[in-house]
Design a protein. Structure first.
Length: 80
């Protein structure tokens, strides 16, 4: 792996290990829980909007594990 990509992962993991990141993830989890309640959805347009919100939150909530898996795969392949 080139040095630039290695620095990218190091900086990303450093950011994700902060208290601020943990607090942000906690806020996202609370937001996701509130958006999962479909009883307030009035029409299909709002339903699709809500689906988009949940898609983005799921991506953000899974970001750390996605980076960790990719980094492990790079290490296993010898690219790091």
């Amino acid at each position: 792996m080139d040095k630039e990509l290695e620095i990218y992962y190091e900086e990303t993991f450093s950011m994700m290990s902060t208290k601020g990141w943990a607090m942000l993830i906690e806020d996202f989890q609370k937001l996701k829980a509130s958006l999962n309640d479909l009883s307030t959805v009035a029409d299909t347009q709002e339903l699709y909007f809500r689906k988009g919100q949940l898609d983005i939150l799921n991506w953000l909530l899974g970001l750390k594990s996605s980076y960790e898996k990719t980094y492990e795969d790079l290490q296993a392949s010898g690219d790091i």
